[in-house]
Design a protein around this ligand. Structure first.
Ligand code: C2E
Ligand code: CA
Ligand code: CA
Ligand code: CA
Length: 274
């Protein structure tokens, strides 16, 4: 499109600039966001299949900016991930989540770690130091990582996961089914659970393929001794289908949206069974 005319060239350049400018602002804004108090965490319950009791909460970050209003983590996490800002941000998130888990009556907190955080040198020592400082037992912390984090350098990742698991952390493989891993490969990694990506749960009622994928992830996950968490559960029909299929746990708007800390405490003792 660049060569077809001056107008188009300018438009193209301007929108490129706009994108770069936005990224730069996000990156700079993020490093100040913590001090400005613009960041917060919300918590979404993860419920058991049988009694629909809350067994854990996933921590999800929120950023309310002065300049643009709220920006989705789906937008700013990938930008942070491309620079070292992710470490500062990730440390803040972990510390908040660790302070919060002590207010829960027994549930674990599930924290997302981006690939760059996971590959940080001495990630294990760093996370261990954080839980010790907070006085939290590793068993109350679930580490959520994606396939991308572990398959680029599988050997090193396997070792990291092994150490973390030895220390008592729970490990969940997030967005399972969207990456390029296979169930054959994942057996090499010390995992506790697989989280089935929302897109498959969403398609379950409409497409036979999605339903088949959900069923096979559940069956093979269980055969490997892993828990299977279905995310993005929005309807009662999905709850019924997933319970029948044997999903271990469920998470989604049907139970609750991610909520502020005080509301999450209120949900902790709730049962979602009719
Ligand atoms: P994710 O880890 O896969 O998180 C699940 C996303 O699905 C969350 O979006 C959650 O609010 C949303 N969700 C949960 N239940 C439902 C449902 O029933 N229906 C629908 N439509 N959505 C549902 P959110 O909070 O916008 O986060 C988006 C992504 O940003 C996350 O995807 C994760 O990749 C990243 N992220 C969020 N918080 C953090 C964080 O603290 N650290 C890191 N590294 N990444 C984070
Ligand atoms: Ca997650
Ligand atoms: Ca996910
Ligand atoms: Ca996702």
């Amino acid at each position: 499109a660049k060569r077809t005319g001056r107008g188009i060239t300018r438009l193209f350049d301007e929108s490129m600039d706009e994108g770069i400018r936005f990224r730069r602002r996000v990156e700079q804004g993020l490093s100040q966001a913590i001090d400005k108090g613009e960041l917060s965490l919300v918590y979404q319950p993860i419920v058991s299949r049988g009694e629909l009791e809350v067994i854990g909460f996933e921590a999800l970050v929120r950023w309310n900016t002065e300049e643009y209003g709220p920006i989705s983590p789906a937008t700013f996490i990938p930008i942070a991930e491309e620079s070292n800002v992710i470490h500062e941000l990730g440390d803040w998130i972990l510390d908040q989540a660790l302070a919060m888990v002590q207010r829960f009556p027994g549930q674990y907190v599930s924290v997302n770690f981006s690939p760059r955080q996971f590959r940080r040198s001495n990630f294990v020592g760093h996370i261990m130091e954080s839980v010790q400082r907070a006085g939290v037992s590793p068993g109350r912390v679930q580490i959520e990582i994606t396939e991308t984090a572990i398959f680029d350098d599988a050997e090193r990742a396997a070792e990291t996961l092994y150490k973390l698991r030895q220390m008592g952390f729970r490990i969940a493989l997030d967005d399972f089914g969207t990456g390029y891993s296979s169930l054959y490969n994942i057996r090499k990694f010390a995992l506790d659970s697989l989280k089935i990506d929302r897109s498959f749960i969403d398609g379950m009622g409409r497409e036979r393929e999605s339903a088949a994928i959900v069923h096979s992830i559940i069956h093979l996950g269980r055969a490997l001794g892993l828990e299977v968490i279905a995310e993005g559960v929005e309807t009662e029909a999905q709850v019924q289908a997933l319970r029948l299929a044997g999903a271990s746990h469920m998470q989604g708007y049907f139970f609750s949206r991610p909520v502020a800390p005080d509301l999450a405490i209120g949900l902790a003792e709730q049962r979602f069974l009719g």
